[in-house]
Design a protein around this ligand. Sequence first.
Ligand code: HEC
Length: 116
Amino acid sequence: MDKRRIFKVTSVVVALNAIACFPAISMTKAAKIDAMKLYNKHCSACHDKKGKPTDFGKELETTDFTDKNWQSNTSDEKIIKQITDGTNEKMMPFKEKLSVNEIGALVPVIRNFAKK
Ligand code: HEC
């Protein structure tokens, strides 16, 4: 590899890094703004707009997010894992529908259901 070629490769890497970092930043902002919208769109069919199981959700034994006991026995990591991977035959995984940042933004939404 001569010096000019090394320079070329380096600038490609720098350019790729810039592209890779930029959407991550703007997505965090978007996810913060839209977390409630995401919840209503993807989760409320089973979990209700207030965090309680819907009639459909009850059949699947959906978790009640307003339950303070459940909240205090659940870590943020567990919530993230549940949204990412789901539960077989009960809740679908969201890892292909939502970004890591969007999933993270849903944690405070779920936590908020018990604060009343
Ligand atoms: C098809 C119905 C359905 C949808 C849609 C759904 N869930 Fe669930 N969810 C369930 C069921 C059923 C359970 C209980 C699973 C179990 O017992 O393992 C559950 C459990 C959970 C739990 C608790 C897991 C635990 O540790 O007890 C969290 C957190 C959760 N869902 C978040 C979400 C979020 C966020 C969304 C939207 C992105 C969503 N769910 C969409 C059915 C659903």
